[in-house]
Design a protein around this ligand. Structure first.
Ligand code: SER
Length: 398
């Protein structure tokens, strides 16, 4: 299968990435290589959820070897979005286009460049844009400079409080942000991002100037940074005129292959493609299924997708998946691992889950487990038979 990401007659993911990177390179940014999904040691999150994770020490003041203006493409994974997967805008693993000013230029400059790139560089209609800014709270004043930039550019702007404060997990670098939204409705744009979810957030510009401590207090960072992140698949699906991220070109090989393997309704197809693709990338970054931490996230992804696949036909297997599709995904994410090894891990996990379900059904058929299961029974099933609570409850609801 070709790894070429072009689509006939349209703007491509590759084109968007190179336009973005070149635009910022022309403005003095150096490209850094994106890291894996595994954040550096000491980071407070399980997976890289944003391009800034690998840069935390530099946001906190250490000089970066490539200077104080950086640009990159970073793969990210957000478990907070798992239940949203299937809607038009959320993916478990996605790519983020990022830029950083490490104590160099400030937020308003970043917003001006962002606007210019989106409109002149990528051809988006400015009338389809809305911005939000931090409106201020009892600790920090309103982000007036950002608000003034948007007013000057003629982009409608809405101040909010919680939605415009970005932090890296419970502790670490944080600050006020200004977000750029694109209108995705069929009617002319109306209302504001907090009131109408047809405004979809694509680009977040954070003025990262505080560190949040364990006790929740904020201390100033040694320098004022700008950290921006734009959802690549969201942007590309808008540029390609698609109504969901699942229809943009990176998903084309999945949409061409999966429906012929397993007939699925659209929500199930989206979930299966998202979770399988994410599982491949997570394994590609060296994670194995387990009962804790990252391995547990992987296990949940595989079990959720198998639960959907087996709803209509329990003979369906990840083994049906062509190796080319696994390789295509690994290549797309620049992961230098053998596709076959990834498929073996997925298949072993499938067999484990199948075995667990069979054992669960057998055990639950025993007379002592008829009727409502109390906490003691749930503990016993877990400790003695290795049957997780969620699994038992889902078997009982079938
Ligand atoms: N850290 C910000 C975000 O994740 C900008 O990159 O949205």
């Amino acid at each position: 299968m070709s790894t070429d990401r072009t689509i006939p007659g349209g703007v491509t993911t590759d084109h968007v990435v190179s336009t973005f990177v070149e635009y910022f390179e022309e403005r003095g940014h150096r490209r850094i290589t994106g890291s894996t999904l595994l954040p550096p040691q000491g980071d407070s999150v399980l997976f890289t959820t944003s391009g800034m994770h690998p840069l935390t020490p530099y946001l906190e003041g250490r000089p970066h070897p490539l200077g104080d203006r950086l640009v990159n493409v970073q793969r990210c994974l957000r478990t907070t979005d798992l239940d949203e997967v299937g809607d038009p805008t959320h993916l478990t693993v996605f790519e983020m286009l990022g830029t950083w000013s490490l104590g160099d230029y400030e937020g308003p400059q970043s917003l001006r460049w962002g606007y210019e790139l989106l409109t002149e560089g990528l051809g988006l209609d400015p009338r389809m844009m809305h911005a939000t800014v931090f409106g201020g709270d009892d600790r920090t004043g309103p982000d007036t400079p950002s608000q003034e930039v948007w007013q000057e550019l003629g982009v409608p702007v809405e101040p909010t409080v919680e939605d415009n404060w970005w932090s890296n997990g419970p502790t670490g670098p944080c600050g006020p942000d200004s977000e750029i939204f694109l209108w995705t409705g069929d009617t002319p744009p109306q209302s504001t991002p907090t009131l109408d979810d047809r405004w979809v957030e694509i680009w977040n510009h954070v003025t990262m100037r505080y560190r949040k401590l364990d006790d929740g207090s904020l201390v100033p960072l040694p320098q004022r940074n700008v950290d921006t992140g734009m959802g690549l698949e969201r942007l590309v699906s808008r540029l390609q005129g698609k109504s969901s991220v699942f229809e943009c070109d990176v998903f084309t090989p999945w949409r061409l292959t999966v429906p012929s393997l397993w007939p699925l309704d659209e929500p199930s197809l989206r979930l299966v493609c998202d979770h399988l693709r994410s599982a491949v990338v997570v394994i590609g970054d060296g994670v194995s299924p387990s009962n804790t931490g990252r391995g547990y996230v992987l296990r949940r992804l595989v079990r959720r997708l198998l639960t959907v696949l087996w709803r209509d036909d329990t003979t369906r297997s990840i083994g049906d998946l062509p190796l080319d599709l696994v390789r295509h995904t690994l290549d797309h994410f620049r992961q230098d691992v053998e596709g076959e090894g990834v498929r073996v891990i997925l298949l072993e996990e499938e067999q484990r889950f199948r075995g667990l379900l069979e054992r669960g059904r057998r055990v639950l058929a025993q007379p002592r487990f008829r009727g409502t299961l109390d906490e003691e029974s749930l503990h016993y099933l877990h400790d003695t038979h290795g049957l997780p609570r969620d699994l038992v409850l889902s078997l009982r609801s079938q």
